[in-house]
Design a protein around this ligand. Structure first.
Ligand code: UDP
Length: 405
């Protein structure tokens, strides 16, 4: 709260606002990285609820953000993206216990922020039960490409009935929500990124990092930074690598969910092809993304399905590296093609190879794109801007908040 006083807006309440943030996951995905940054300034008065421990709760602990783990909510993890009614019935008792526990917490808070679909269910019940205003932060594209009909219907109806405000991370996410019958009101709060670690990383000795990662010093390194999952499309970059004979690939990320482990194995098998041998480097999950990006020649985003926002794309630009990304979902909102980066059709390895080669062939042009991209991200996706947008969201749902310019 104190650090918010320095922002462009002044948050005026009779007492500091107490926010209950709810996120189902203990893993550290893009939505949880967003929440860490969002919740940090409210740490004095607010609480984060998660349903399991993991890298996310480790970070909450390290950054002194108060949190509670509601173990009853872990059963919700068993509901899969295209889950059936039967699966839904199976977790109902655990859902009821979790909703009650969230309601109990909500009684000592002023606003609830649900940061995921699985968090929305108990948070919505708690909001109605206690009369606490609910903001649902949507990090998913509610489209048939990503979710089954039942899940889309359920969350959209719950949001319509219970959320005082729906906050989306991109225009693409907003469109998917309203196309599916979502009514809102809606506010856009894209990810805000801290530029400082990326600036610091650019001063580092990236050759030393290349040595540590067993990467060559004199060959182009194409970095891909995402959890390993079929729709994140790392296999497309390995296909493209056949057409980029001098390049190496750095794959950063791990299979975050058990169902993605066979895909991770498939990538390792693909990397053993004689034409690729020794040119594919797996780094596993890493926390030093700015440093690793600074050690790469290009940053490549390969998702084969539309990305709701695409945090890695904005990070790649902030690292002042040329970025090639797939043209779907929220990504074209971040990249201005031919000005701040290049866009290719999802799943098209030939187009990906051609785009990478064009940047490798013309380093001056690549540097110009990277420079423009970094300036764009600093202007449009700064942390301060995200916090100001969140303050606006709070003002809309809570009567005691007034914002003075
Ligand atoms: N990331 C990370 N370590 C890794 C791989 C990825 O910290 O080993 C981060 C990455 O830098 C980005 C986030 O995970 O900030 C992924 O967010 P994105 O929106 O790209 O995808 P999501 O995982 O949310 O689908």
């Amino acid at each position: 709260m104190r650090s918010l006083m320095a922002s462009r807006f002044l948050l005026v309440t009779s007492m500091p606002l107490r926010i209950l943030f709810v996120d189902h996951s203990g893993a550290l995905g893009g939505a949880e990285l967003f929440l860490l940054d969002l919740a940090r300034p409210y740490a004095d008065t607010s609480t984060v609820i998660t349903f399991e421990s993991g890298r996310f709760t480790e970070q909450l602990e390290a950054q002194a953000v108060p949190y509670r783990i509601l173990e009853s909510g872990a059963a919700l993890q068993r509901v899969r993206k295209n889950g059936t009614w039967m699966q839904g019935l199976y977790v109902l008792p655990a859902l009821a216990r979790t909703a009650q526990a969230v309601a109990q917490q909500a009684r000592s808070h002023d606003v609830i922020v649900a940061n995921s679909q699985k968090a929305l269910l108990p948070a919505a019940w708690a909001a109605r039960r206690t009369g606490t205003p609910l903001i649902w932060m949507v990090h998913d594209l509610l489209t048939p490409e990503h979710f089954g009909w039942m899940q889309r219907q359920l969350v959209t109806r719950i949001a319509n009935a219970s959320a005082a405000l729906v906050a989306v991370n991109s225009r693409a996410t907003a469109r998917a929500f309203t196309d599916g019958g979502g009514t809102g009101p809606i506010i856009e709060i894209p990810n805000g990124l801290d530029a400082a670690p990326f600036e610091r990383a650019r001063q580092n000795d990236s050759q030393a990092l290349r040595t540590a990662l067993n990467l060559p010093h004199d060959a182009p390194v194409l970095g891909v930074f995402s959890r390993l999952a079929a729709w994140k499309g790392q296999h497309v970059l390995l296909e493209a690598l056949h057409d980029l004979p001098t390049a190496h690939v750095l794959i950063v990320g791990e299979a975050a969910f058990p169902g993605d482990k066979p895909y991770a194995e498939q990538l390792r098998t693909q990397a053993h092809h004689p034409a690729l041998r020794g040119r594919v480097h797996f780094a596993g999950h890493r926390a030093d993304i700015p440093d690793l990006m600074a050690a790469c020649t290009l940053i490549v985003h390969t998702s084969t399905a539309a990305e709701p926002f695409g945090r890695v794309v904005a990070e790649g630009l902030l690292a002042r590296r040329p970025v090639v990304a797939t043209d779907a979902g929220g990504v074209p909102e971040i990249i201005r093609p031919q000005h701040s980066g290049l866009l290719v059709p999802p799943g098209d390895s030939a187009a990906l190879a051609a785009a990478c080669q064009s940047l490798l062939d013309d380093p001056d042009w690549a540097a110009t794109l990277a420079h423009t991209g970094a300036a764009d991200v600093r202007t449009r996706y700064g942390l301060k801007r995200m916090h100001a947008q969140f303050e606006e969201a709070l003002r809309r749902v809570h009567p005691s908040v007034r914002i003075a310019a």
